[in-house]
Design a protein. Structure first.
Lengths: 152, 585
């Protein structure tokens, strides 16, 4: 195919580029969720300190550094970290799914926590005011609450 | 001479060797990808060295190249296992691969580098819940922050390296569906367990591989074909591609292998969802919705509870859209989002008034990207026959199924004519590029319409009543309005310029005002416009009109007719033609 590089080159010049550059990385950070609702926080350690049920115990180290966004670009870690990753990176979708009691993020979290997704959806909708107290929400806080709901 | 093992396609393809004459050379350029010092040029010695190193119990190289190890083990030339490859096993454990899916994202008119769509892989997950926890595997050029001309030139001549990257699928969705508003199509591939296993191992060993990236042909979509061949060497997908590789064509090539694509799933962009949701609303819902998004007033008193839910959810999604577009401050965005969802959460009736958008126009069945045609006509009383060749990719006259509506991306279209009177062949037109977007504004979206064209054309010269080769540039920008779903009108201002040695003063610079209509539904297409042009050359001042129509016999064959008229001061320039066009791969 090299022999036609010249022709191909001209085509490419015209279109500037036929395919996106490193498209997946072009937003920087960890997706839309991290742009908008996510409260960047130094409060993670405090929340963890207050947590006595050990929910985050096995993920403390990872959570502290990367906050749900794995440096290798992978979904990894135990249940707490997975739920946090889903919520933090899909906050706007999760908020809507919680308000209507169903949706892909609810199914995902229910899957991670191994609970019934319909039930979790109902709980999330009924407790929406508890999950989202006002327009400033914090992913870790929300993660703790949703896990608490799931186990209730 | 017996065929040596290293000659095996499985080996050559797994390391991206391509044969040129008697010489082999791998597309992968960095030394770390090979175990033999000059492995890039020598598949045989690379093979021998791999066998030697993989059999060395003290070497952990096989952990870096598990697919290679697996292949050699299958060939019976190495022994052992990958049990001690901690990092690799963690990778396998994170992925929990269930199947492999090929993704196609449709065109993105706001970015010239995405006009043709994009393909990538998804490694589907066994994790309970949904595929949000799957991973996208993308091959892309690592361009850094460069942009503009340098970026284009480097991209063309292989100035960038492409690499594979892995991201959680929710990041892929957020980027394409929610930020760039592009539909995603998911095509699950029919691979057996061994092939799936090889795929995961192969993606792992490709994570540091650098391949020269050529935007036109050796691009993401081409490399993805080679990746499929690497894990399923009996496939031959690359042969039909040479100087240009369009993502949609590679997808169709994969689909051409019987049974390779198992199921297709549509994941609409946020914009597609919003448009669909608005169309589904009844009049009361529409009124309430517009009040929210335009007047910022939440008044749902006239609606049933399930009707309310739809309006609130749609309004919420529209707020997300506006924020991404940069039309909303973070503070307002949060306040509005919260208000809408709080209201939504109070409605316990979850029987939605309308269903979610699930069906789309499958890109697999779009019209073929090339076509040829023959037509007959007359130009200023002279009869002619014309042959036209359009190598890529889509024009306004073609079937719009699965394509961006009102969009044209037409490159290198070439027209050769034979005139009866002079018995002469001429290159009538070489259309370097024509990019149009006639997307209508509505209550939610206000896209710009544009029409950019650069071409060489035999242009009529009113001075001497002859035609002369000229270069024509037009850059129209304006807006379109939908008269109905498939019928729009547009208005544009069109700065334009013509250069031709045979013209007075070698051409002119002009400013045109253009009005027109466009219709495209099923088999019928119509594109008509009039333009008043004010130019620096007195004799080219005047009005132009054109009307083009087409009837699609099927998606790839159409009858075509057109009439064009330039009403200049001194003379008129008039042309009509009709013909047939046939698409091919």
């Amino acid at each position: 195919m090299k022999k036609n590089l010249l022709l191909g080159g001209v085509l490419g010049l015209v279109m500037m580029a036929s395919t996106p550059s490193f498209a997946i990385d072009s937003t920087g950070g960890c997706g839309l969720g991290s742009m908008a609702w996510k409260g960047h926080s130094g409060i993670i350690p405090q929340v963890l300190a207050m947590t006595t049920n050990g929910m985050f115990l096995n993920t403390v180290g990872v959570t502290l550094g990367t906050s749900g966004c794995d440096p290798n670009g992978r979904v990894t870690g135990g249940t707490g970290k997975l739920v946090l990753a889903v919520i933090e990176n899909n906050m706007e979708q999760f908020a809507m799914d919680a308000s209507r009691g169903q949706g892909e993020t609810i199914e995902t979290i229910a899957g991670i926590l191994n609970v019934d997704s319909k039930e979790l959806g109902q709980k999330a909708q009924q407790s929406f005011a508890y999950l989202f107290v006002d327009e400033n929400v914090e992913a870790v806080d929300l993660t703790l609450k949703i896990m608490e709901l799931a186990n209730a | 001479m017996a065929k040596e093992v290293w000659h095996d396609d499985a080996w050559l393809k797994l390391l991206y060797y391509e044969k040129n004459g008697d010489q082999y050379r791998s597309l992968v350029e960095n030394d770390e990808f090979f175990l033999y010092e000059k492995g890039q040029e020598n598949p045989k010695l690379e093979f021998d060295e791999s066998v030697r190193i993989f059999n060395d119990v003290n070497s952990d190289k096989k952990c870096q190249f598990p697919a290679r190890f697996e292949l050699l083990k299958k060939m019976g030339v190495v022994k052992g296992n990958l049990d001690r490859c901690r990092e690799f096993l963690q990778f396998v454990d994170d992925l929990q691969a269930k199947s492999i899916t090929m993704l196609f994202t449709n065109a993105y008119m706001s970015n010239p580098s995405s006009l043709f769509g994009h393909t990538l892989f998804r490694i589907d997950t066994l994790r309970k819940g949904s595929q949000l926890l799957a991973h996208g595997a993308n091959f892309g050029a690592d361009t850094g922050d460069e942009n503009g001309v340098l970026y284009a030139l480097k991209g063309l001549w292989g100035g960038y390296y492409g690499t594979f990257g892995i991201k959680p699928y929710y990041d892929v969705i957020n980027l394409y569906n929610n930020i760039e508003n592009r539909d995603i199509w998911e095509y699950e591939l029919n691979l057996d367990d061994e092939e799936k296993d090889m795929f995961v191992k192969h993606i792992w060993e490709m994570r540091n591989a650098k391949i020269r990236y050529y935007f036109a042909n050796q691009n993401c979509s081409y490399i993805l074909l080679l990746t499929l061949e690497a894990i399923k060497p009996e496939l031959n997908l690359r042969d039909n591609f040479s100087w240009k590789v369009l993502p949609i064509d590679t997808l169709k090539e994969v689909n051409g292998i019987e049974g390779l694509i198992k199921v297709a799933n549509y994941r609409p962009s946020r914009q597609s969802k919003l448009k669909y949701r608005y169309r589904q609303m009844n009049d009361e819902q529409k009124r309430a919705f517009v009040k929210i998004i335009i007047n910022d007033k939440l008044d749902l008193s006239e609606l049933e509870s399930n009707e309310k839910a739809d309006v609130l959810e749609t309004a919420y999604q529209y707020v997300q859209y506006k924020y991404v577009e940069g039309d909303l401050e973070l503070k307002d965005y949060r306040k509005k989002s919260f208000k809408l969802l709080k209201e939504r959460s109070l409605i316990e009736d979850n029987t939605q008034y309308f269903e979610e958008l699930k069906e789309g126009e499958n890109p697999l069945y779009t019209h073929k990207s090339k076509n040829v045609g023959i037509s007959f006509g007359a130009k200023n009383g002279e009869m002619f026959q014309e042959i036209v060749y359009k190598p890529s990719y889509n024009s306004l006259m073609e079937d719009s199924y699965g394509m961006l509506k009102g969009a044209e991306i037409n490159l290198f279209e070439t027209k050769i004519r034979h005139y009866d009177d002079k018995d002469k062949y001429v290159l009538d037109e070489f259309n370097l590029l024509s990019i149009k977007s006639l997307s209508g504004v509505d209550v939610m979206f206000k896209p710009l319409s544009y029409d950019i064209g650069l071409k060489y054309k035999e242009m009529y010269n009113p001075k001497n009543d002859e035609s002369t080769g000229s270069v024509i540039l037009e850059t129209g920008v304006g807006q379109s309005y939908n008269l109905s779903e498939n019928f729009s009108m547009f208005a544009m201002s069109v700065p334009n310029g013509v250069y031709g040695g045979g013209l007075n003063e070698n051409g002119y610079v002009g400013f045109g005002v253009k009005l027109g209509v466009y219709y495209n539904k099923d088999k019928y297409r119509l594109y008509a416009w009039g333009m008043k042009n004010y130019t620096t050359s007195n004799e080219f001042n005047g009005e132009s009109y054109a009307i083009e129509g087409a009837y699609g016999i099927n998606r790839d064959v159409m009858l075509y007719g057109g009439y064009k008229m330039n009403d200049y001061k001194k003379n008129d320039d008039e042309e009509f033609m009709f013909g047939i066009r046939v698409g091919f791969n």
